[in-house]
Design a protein around this ligand. Structure first.
Ligand code: NAD
Ligand code: WQD
Length: 350
């Protein structure tokens, strides 16, 4: 494949930093734009140490049109992977305008800058939260959308915008068509096998895996298991956890698909990135204990508002059209999370 330059928005973050490693190792040139609102520059220094390669970093906000226009003028970018955005569901309910401003307005500014620079290949970080809750717990791309919180709605809005933008090419062809892959992530966890980059949440983690990991290292006292009365085998919530390195490999497969005949006429297509397997909260606790030898103290607590009993992917479409399947199992995900945690007990220190 013709290797070229990829602009990674939000490249200093959890998933973005892992994507930079895989892109550099696959031979792409990498340009990162990040405002460091939820990350540290240290993550990108570690990316360079892991790969022995350099990347170009711009500290800028994607809502800053002038900054983006300058980046597109200076770098010969072929494809954008768009990770930048805010991602905490609870916070989005308290600060909806901030979420719509960063995630929706930010994407609009990015799309305008891309359009003006005639860069029309985009891989977008969407989420399983875009789906309307379904009884079965399993989600295929054809199921109806209907997010239930501002964060999820910001992702649905961006997906809608991207479908509209790509549809214009069919009505009124104008040069190279837009080629857009919407990647709907399930629950990304784990870390690079080196333990040099990983998830570094600010303050007390909202998500299960970083919380468990911080209980294990002694930063937090005990886990609250939100609900033990769900209609699941052990009563706790079931999710589809996916290793972050598998997840970012899906992005490289998406770039390859975008540049192949599959996207020759342009278009916008959504793909689930998950393993297709569900694990309960207690499965996670028990496997974490087995893999690390650490005891995870926990107590049962009431259900968390907005949580579903079960959520796992049907990942068949990504297998069929992107030639991508997740490779790593839950033990790998936990071993790599723990390796990162032990090597970086306080996360990144700039
Ligand atoms: P993250 O917070 O670690 O990374 C996001 C990065 O974007 C951060 O480095 C942050 O500083 C940057 N950023 C935020 N707003 C910005 C702005 N306006 N301009 C420039 N940079 C900005 O989050 P992550 O877990 O790596 O998630 C990456 C993407 O994947 C997000 O869009 C998120 O919504 C999506 N996603 C994440 C998950 C998950 O569980 N982690 C699941 C589904 C989807
Ligand atoms: C997993 C399970 C909790 C914490 C969220 C977002 C979603 C996506 C990924 C971005 C659930 C239980 C959790 C704790 C617990 N992000 N839990 N105690 O809720 O599936 O998804 O992150 O797109 O949009 O909603 O992930 O890790 O928070 O929870 O018992 O302290 O762990 O109830 O069953 P979730 P999570």
């Amino acid at each position: 494949m013709d290797k070229h330059t990829v602009l990674v928005t939000g490249g200093a973050g959890f998933i973005g930093s892992h994507a930079c490693v895989e892109l550099l190792q696959a031979g792409f040139n990498v340009v990162v734009v990040d405002n460091l609102s939820n990350s540290k520059l240290e993550s990108l220094k570690r990316v360079e140490q892991i790969t022995g390669k350099t990347l170009q970093f711009y500290q800028a906000d994607i809502r800053d049109k002038t900054a983006l226009t300058d980046i597109f003028a200076k770098e010969s970018i072929a494809t954008v992977i768009h990770f930048a955005g805010l991602k905490a569901v609870g916070e989005s309910c308290e600060q909806p305008l901030n979420y719509y401003h960063n995630n929706v307005y930010g994407t609009l500014v990015l799309l305008e800058a891309m359009s003006e620079a005639n860069v029309k290949q985009l891989v977008f970080s969407s989420s399983a939260t875009v789906y309307q809750p379904s009884e079965t717990g399993q989600y295929s791309e054809s199921l109806p959308l209907g997010a239930i919180n501002p964060y999820g709605r910001s992702k649905v809005m961006v997906e809608d915008i991207l479908r509209d933008v790509a549809a214009v090419d069919k009505i009124k062809p104008n040069g190279a068509p837009w080629k857009v892959a919407l990647l709907r992530y399930f629950n990304p966890i784990g870390a690079h096998e080196s333990g040099m980059i990983g998830e570094d949440p600010n303050g007390i983690p909202n998500n299960l895996m970083p919380y468990v990991s911080q209980v294990a290292i002694g930063n937090l006292k005990q886990l609250s298991v939100y609900g033990n009365d769900y209609a699941t085998p052990d009563g706790t919530g079931i999710r589809d956890y996916i290793h972050v390195v598998d997840l970012v490999k899906g992005h490289i497969k998406a770039i390859e698909a975008i540049e192949s005949d599959k996207f020759s006429g342009g278009g916008c297509k959504a793909y689930n990135l998950g393993t297709g397997k569900g694990y309960s909260v207690l499965d996670i606790v028990n496997t974490f204990e087995a893999v690390t030898g650490r005891k995870i103290l926990y107590q049962f607590a009431p259900r968390r508002a907005g949580d579903l009993a079960e959520c796992f992917a049907n990942p068949a479409l990504a297998d069929k059209e992107l030639n991508w399947i997740a490779d790593k199992d839950l033990e790998d995900m936990i071993a790599d999370t723990w390796n990162w945690q032990v090597k970086n007990p306080q996360g990144y220190v700039d």
